[in-house]
Design a protein. Structure first.
Length: 295
């Protein structure tokens, strides 16, 4: 979906001023990250793209704001987005300068809001460090060993099937298979299933992946065998061919993403629990009475 110019401008305005708030607590001396040249025509390095009352705005700053836009807007050609992004970022800098000249950065309300932003940034940095330490390769591999002990090898079959409306149709197809018919060809010709175009291919699956009647029939077959009688399910009548059987456990690479999330969650929960144990926390309900459950 293409955005109208007005909609894009509104998204950019929101992104620019949102980013300005998020970065309010960052040190002013932080140097922008370099931008690598790309096939899209970006200049090499990290050139200055604007100066506003002597303050430099770099290409990396524009790219950072672009990353905060919705995915559809990010897919727009950067050459098309660039002028609008730059205009709004200049506006943002001018508005911020005006706020400083009005000494709004010295008001109690501003300092309170700045403290909230700083706290969020510190929370993020602290938790990222905890998670990084929890997700070391050694810890992931140790977690994987425990994981596979709790995940016994599962039996899988690779199969094809032909789905038709009536038992008579399924019986006719079985008769053609008995006479040497090719299963994939018959699936393309007769099957009502969306996978008919691929010859009824289902790939590998476990018993729990399929409805009970279908699973029972499929797992009763050996590779190369097909059902000799039609199989009835809520979807219709099936003829099933099993092509392979295997016993499989998730590999380390397959389980890595799940384990990473698990270790991250456990590390954060354990750390927060420890912080609570070491801290003096007092919490009160709306009636002013202590909330014992939060301590």
């Amino acid at each position: 979906m293409l955005f109208r110019p007005v909609a894009v401008a509104a998204l950019i305005l929101s992104a620019v001023f949102g980013l300005a708030i998020a970065h309010a607590a960052e040190p002013a001396t932080a140097s922008p990250a370099p931008v690598a040249p790309t096939a899209g025509g970006l200049p090499p390095g990290n050139p200055v793209v604007a100066r506003v009352n002597g303050t430099e705005l770099h290409l990396s700053d524009v790219m950072a704001v672009r990353q905060t836009l919705p995915a559809d807007a990010q897919r727009m050609p950067f050459a098309q987005l660039y002028p609008m992004l730059l205009e709004r970022m200049i506006d943002s800098m001018l508005v911020a300068d005006a706020g400083r000249k009005a000494h709004l950065d010295q008001t109690p309300e501003y300092q309170k809001r700045l403290k909230l932003v700083e706290d969020r940034l510190l929370q993020q940095a602290y938790l990222e460090e905890i998670v990084k330490n929890a997700q070391s390769e050694d810890k992931l591999k140790a977690a994987y060993q425990k994981y596979i002990q709790q995940k016994p090898p599962r039996e899988e079959v690779r199969a094809r099937h032909i789905l038709v409306k009536t038992e008579a149709e399924a019986a006719s197809i079985i008769d053609q298979l008995n006479k040497g018919g090719d299963f994939a060809t018959l699936a393309k010709k007769y099957s009502k299933d969306p996978g008919a175009a691929s010859g009824g291919e289902l790939g590998y699956f476990t018993r729990n992946d399929m409805v009970p009647a279908f699973a029972a029939a499929a797992f009763a077959l050996q590779p190369g065998q097909y059902t000799k009688t039609p199989v009835k399910t809520e979807f219709g009548w099936h003829v099933i061919l099993v092509e392979d059987r295997r016993t499989k456990q998730p590999t380390f690479d397959e389980a890595k993403a799940e384990l990473s999330q698990q270790l991250a969650r456990q590390a954060v929960e354990a750390n927060v629990k420890e912080l609570r144990q070491e801290a003096k926390v007092e919490a009160f309900g709306l009636d002013g009475k202590p909330l014992a459950a939060i301590k």
